[in-house]
Every structure is written in structure tokens, then in C-alpha cells.
Design a protein around this ligand. Structure first.
Ligand SMILES: Nc1ncnc2c1ncn2[C@@H]1O[C@H](COP(=O)(O)OP(=O)(O)OP(=O)(O)O)[C@@H](O)[C@H]1O
Ligand SMILES: [Mg+2]
Length: 219
């Protein structure tokens, strides 16, 4: 369970969020909507611990997180969160496989052999098997998006944050990702998706909308 209470955040002296409250649960998909520039990515960054708020509280399973402690938050992120960021943040000079494996470089929870096998399975699941040794700089936008999604799952995170995960995908790959989110939901993951893509609404349990600094629950 994630709970944000009274979160206020400004960026370059401009208010992005005022007194935002959000509640997301395991086994549910929570959507964040709102027009471009409304603060969806900033909110996901706050939940992942990459950015801090100016004031407010953040609870995970009723434990209040010390968001101002960088080391604590990076440990939290590495242990609990898979984050598909909006621009993918892949390393262009690395192969698809190396990119999928990146989070495991900082986390020794799994044996090297097991993690390699898991990366290859994920590559297969996402139709990337034929290109696992290709450098990311030589693959398409949709392939990059799927590589970023595979990478976010490599450490089997309890919480999955996805920023516009379907924008670059054709119908076939869109359906693949919808199926993936459905199965993550069944596996009791906590999923938060920021999106403009109305097609995702059909699998959402809860929809929040950011409208001019106000975060409201829409349904
Ligand atoms: N690196 C940055 N430098 C300056 N301003 C920023 C930066 N990142 C975000 N902002 C500002 O913060 C506000 C919220 O941005 P954010 O990226 O969260 O919006 P968004 O809802 O994710 O938009 P989009 O749908 O286009 O991805 C915007 O007004 C934006 O201009
Ligand atoms: Mg964004």
C-alpha cells in the first residue's frame, strides 16, 4: 500500500502539486492522467524517491519514508520499485540484454546465473529475443520501450511505476503490454501508470487526474 498525504511540490518557483493525496493498493492498477505539463512524471518521481516534495508525507505499508535521506531512498527504490521512465533512460552503447540486467548490478539478491536466465526469459516474453545482443542505439522506439519494461521487472519489484508505457507501441505490442499489466495485477503487484492513452482505462481500478496543481480521484 502506498499513501501520499498533503504533498506539495513546486518546480522553479512554480507550483506543480498542492496538498495532493493518493492511495494505491497491491493487486490494483492506479492511473494518473492530466494534460501535458500537469505533473504526472514529477509525481511518479516522488513516489520512486528520485525527486523530493517540499512538504507532505509518504507511507508504504504504513511505514513513513524518510524521503530526504538519499541513501535510504535509493535502497528503498532498488529493493521495491521497478520504474519505466518516460524517456526509457537506456544506455545506448549497451546491448538489450545488458540494459535489462542493469538493475541487478546494484542488487545482489539473485545469483548471477539465475538473473541471466530471467533476463533472457523476459526478452523472450517481450519479443526481444532476436535482438538481445544488439546495441540499444540500433533498435526501434517500440523495441526500446519494451526493453525498458523488461528491465523494470528484472528484480521482481513489488511496486511498478510506468510513465507512458504504451505511447510508442503498435496494436500487437500494446495488447502484449496490457496482458502483462493484467498478469502483474493478478500477481498482487502495486501498479501506477501515468498516461494519456485512454485505451489503458479499461484495466484501471482507480483513476486520478491532475488539474492545475490539484490531484483528484476521478473514478
Ligand atoms: N527538468 C525540468 N526543468 C524545468 N521544469 C520542469 C522540469 N521537469 C518538469 N518541469 C516542469 O514541471 C511541470 C510538470 O512536469 P511533468 O514532466 O511532471 O509533466 P507531465 O504531466 O509528466 O507532462 P507530459 O504529459 O508531457 O509528460 C511542468 O510545468 C514542467 O515544465
Ligand atoms: Mg511526463
Amino acid at each position: 500500500m502506498i499513501r501520499l498525504e498533503g504533498v506539495t511540490k513546486s518546480y522553479n518557483k512554480k507550483n506543480v502539486l498542492i496538498n495532493a493525496n493518493l492511495h494505491a493498493k497491491e493487486g490494483e492498477i492506479t492511473l494518473l492522467t492530466g494534460k501535458s505539463g500537469s505533473g504526472k512524471s514529477i509525481l511518479l518521481n516522488i513516489i520512486s524517491g528520485i525527486q523530493v516534495y517540499d512538504s507532505g508525507n509518504y507511507f508504504v505499508n504504513k511505514v513513513k519514508l524518510d524521503v530526504y535521506d538519499d541513501q535510504y531512498m535509493s535502497q528503498f527504490r532498488n529493493a521495491k520499485i521497478g520504474y519505466i521512465v518516460q524517456d526509457y533512460a537506456l544506455i545506448e552503447e549497451y546491448s538489450v540484454l545488458e540494459n535489462i540486467l542493469l538493475p541487478s548490478m546494484y542488487n545482489k539478491k539473485f545469483e548471477k546465473k539465475d538473473i541471466q536466465d530471467k533476463a533472457i526469459l523476459l526478452a523472450k516474453d517481450f519479443g526481444l529475443f532476436d535482438i538481445i545482443y544488439k546495441k540499444v542505439k540500433h533498435i526501434s522506439g517500440g523495441q526500446k520501450q519494451r526493453t525498458a519494461i523488461a528491465r523494470s521487472l528484472i528484480l521482481d519489484p513489488a511496486i511498478i511505476l510506468a510513465d507512458e508505457p504504451t505511447t510508442n507501441l503498435d496494436e500487437e505490442n500494446f495488447l502484449l503490454i496490457i496482458d502483462l499489466f493484467e498478469s502483474l495485477k493478478k500477481a498482487k503487484k502495486l501498479i501506477i501508470i501515468a498516461t494519456h492513452d485512454d485505451r489503458i482505462k479499461s484495466i484501471a481500478n482507480k483513476i486520478y487526474r491532475i488539474d492545475d496543481t490539484i490531484l483528484e480521484q476521478e473514478s
